[in-house]
Design a protein around this ligand. Structure first.
Ligand SMILES: Cc1cc2nc3c(=O)[nH]c(=O)nc-3n(C[C@H](O)[C@H](O)[C@H](O)COP(=O)(O)OP(=O)(O)OC[C@H]3O[C@@H](n4cnc5c(N)ncnc54)[C@H](O)[C@@H]3O)c2cc1C
Ligand code: SF4
Length: 492
């Protein structure tokens, strides 16, 4: 342990961010590099617990508690405190293929499980992780690791999101020849087209893909498996196939007026916005929020990313409807440590909206009743009602409308961000892979589908989740594929 009394001496210092109004004028990352003396103080707060709950990585009530990839957090905290950044990087890379992604956008279940949280605010683990990997790149410590021996085995990975990339990285380092197929024009999955640039700069994603290419992974872009290349061809040409196709099938809103012009899926908007930023041609009509009254339906993170995007496009107003009531400021009895805290937070988008318009854009316990358009079919307004969250006689949560709370909201643009149904089916059908609840049927831990030599990992298997889980599944799946091909595996 760096400094045994650190957690008593130093308060938690939050991530340094650019001022909300300033950052609204560009698309650069909103978080800044953290000063080294601050990182040292923060790593000194780590108690090097005998049982480090930050690193356990289990699921409690469907949410992660501790780091799902079992990052060696107390070890690298100590090394950072001692100024041994290169050694800290070596420890970090033992468990995490892409800390530059998780260090920026992971919701950090490790911090929710940190023991210091029992008596005060947790250690700032995520900031320290980001600083270690950023220093690694800055100092040239990250160089292509080109495998010296090849096994002669060929693996196809369908989908280049974090699950596909993690599996590809592991299998390539084990000496296999890996080809990643991606239907989009750029690799990265939701890291590229989903998470906006101000959360994760696309140059950071590009830098990693370039490195993976230099290490020998072959990326075939603009190629949809099931359409441009058939499942049979992959089965014939490769010794194993991993399906990492994500869970991007969006949940629709079955509502009167849904067809109005100006109502879009959130993902279409976010993808377009990133393409425009990168100077990539958008073939459909452009969706732009400039000068418009924007409403986002859905209270989650995808909705928050739409709010931040609309603000940068200089919308006239923005509101985000959530079905659930406002979260409490502190943990409830049902949400105790070491579970991830389910509490009210000010995400970057809400800070920005508050700075721009003087109030938080979130509206809680709102149900949209209908969408109304004008005589030409253009979106005009949304009609809503307030809901009360209660439970039925069996204890199930139900939402009841509160009479007399009807409201009309002027709207020029509406984004639907009410979650994802699961993975897209055509490619799975062509392979003949079994699905359950819109997810590929394969067990967490062995990743085998019903077909010999065909595996699945990430959101396609687990449903829409987190980058850190996608990396965890990609890594574990790679080990199972290695075992399948070679009879044993040395992969972690
Ligand atoms: C808007 C948004 C913001 C998010 N923000 C965060 C965040 O801040 N932090 C966090 O931890 N998580 C976040 N997530 C969740 C996270 O991005 C996902 O859990 C993660 O990317 C899943 O990784 P994956 O590799 O399984 O799938 P994906 O990233 O979805 O990648 C799947 C890839 O497969 C490709 N593909 C699909 N079918 C085919 C085919 N037939 N042929 C070829 N290619 C195909 C797709 O084009 C895609 O590139 C966010 C999600 C969204 C939607
Ligand atoms: S739980 Fe917190 S204090 Fe304990 S080892 Fe992990 S980061 Fe350090």
């Amino acid at each position: 342990m760096g400094r045994p009394t650190g957690f008593l001496e130093y308060p938690r210092e939050e991530t340094k961010e650019r001022s909300p109004l300033k950052r609204l004028s560009d698309w650069k990352e909103y978080s800044e590099q953290q000063p080294e003396d601050m990182l040292k103080r923060q790593s000194a707060r780590c108690m090097d617990c005998g049982t480090p709950f930050c690193h356990i990585g289990i699921e409690i009530n469907g949410a992660a508690a501790g780091c799902p990839i079992n990052n060696l957090i107390p070890e690298w905290n100590d090394l950072v405190y001692r100024g041994k950044w290169k050694e800290a990087l070596d420890r970090l890379l033992k468990t995490n293929n892409f800390p530059e992604f998780t260090g920026r956008v992971c919701p950090a279940p490790c911090e929710g499980s940190c023991t210091v949280e029992l008596a005060g605010p947790a250690v700032t683990i995520k900031n320290i992780e980001r600083a270690i990997i950023d220093k690694g790149f800055e100092n040239g410590w990250i160089q292509p690791r080109i495998p010296t021996k090849r096994s002669g085995k060929k693996i196809a990975i369908v989908g280049s999101g974090p699950a596909g990339l993690a599996a590809a990285d592991q299998l390539n380092q084990a000496g296999h020849s890996v080809t990643v197929y991606e239907r989009d024009n750029l690799a990265g999955g939701l890291l590229t087209y989903g998470i906006p640039n101000m959360k994760l700069d696309k140059d950071i994603v590009k830098r990693r893909i370039t490195l993976l290419r230099q290490e020998g992974i072959d990326f075939i872009l603009n190629t949809e498996i099931g359409k441009d290349v058939m499942a049979d061809e992959l089965n014939e040409q490769f010794d194993a196939v991993i399906l990492c196709t994500g869970a991007q099938k969006q949940r629709n809103l079955e509502l009167e007026g849904r067809e109005a012009e100006g109502v879009h899926f959130a993902m279409k908007y976010l993808t377009q916005s990133t393409k425009r930023l990168l100077g990539i041609e958008v073939k459909e009509p452009i969706i732009d929020a400039e000068g418009k009254n924007v409403i986002v339906i859905g209270g989650g993170d995808t909705g928050a990313d739409c709010v931040a995007t609309a603000l940068r496009q200089k919308c006239k107003s923005v509101v985000q409807f959530g079905k659930h009531p406002k979260l409490p400021n502190a943990r409830s009895k049902e949400n105790m440590w070491p579970e991830q805290p389910n509490i009210f937070t000010m995400d970057y988008a809400y800070e920005e909206a508050t700075a721009q318009f003087g109030h938080d854009p979130r509206e809680y316990s709102v149900q949209t009743k209908k969408i109304v358009s004008d005589s030409e079919g253009h979106l005009k307004e949304l009609h809503t009602i307030q809901m009360k969250r209660t439970s039925d006689e069996n204890g199930n949560i139900v939402f009841k409308e509160i009479e007399g709370t009807e409201q009309v909201w002027p709207a020029d643009l509406v984004f639907i961000a009410i979650g994802f149904e699961g993975t897209e089916h055509p490619v799975l059908k062509q392979f003949g892979v079994e699905t359950k609840n819109n997810k590929v049927k394969a067990k967490h831990g062995d990743y085998k589908t019903n077909l010999n030599g065909v595996f699945a990992a990430g959101d396609s298997r687990r449903g829409q989740s987190l980058i850190v889980w996608a990396i965890q599944e990609g890594r574990e799946c790679a080990r199972e594929v290695d075992k399948y091909l070679m009879g044993a595996s040395v992969l972690p």
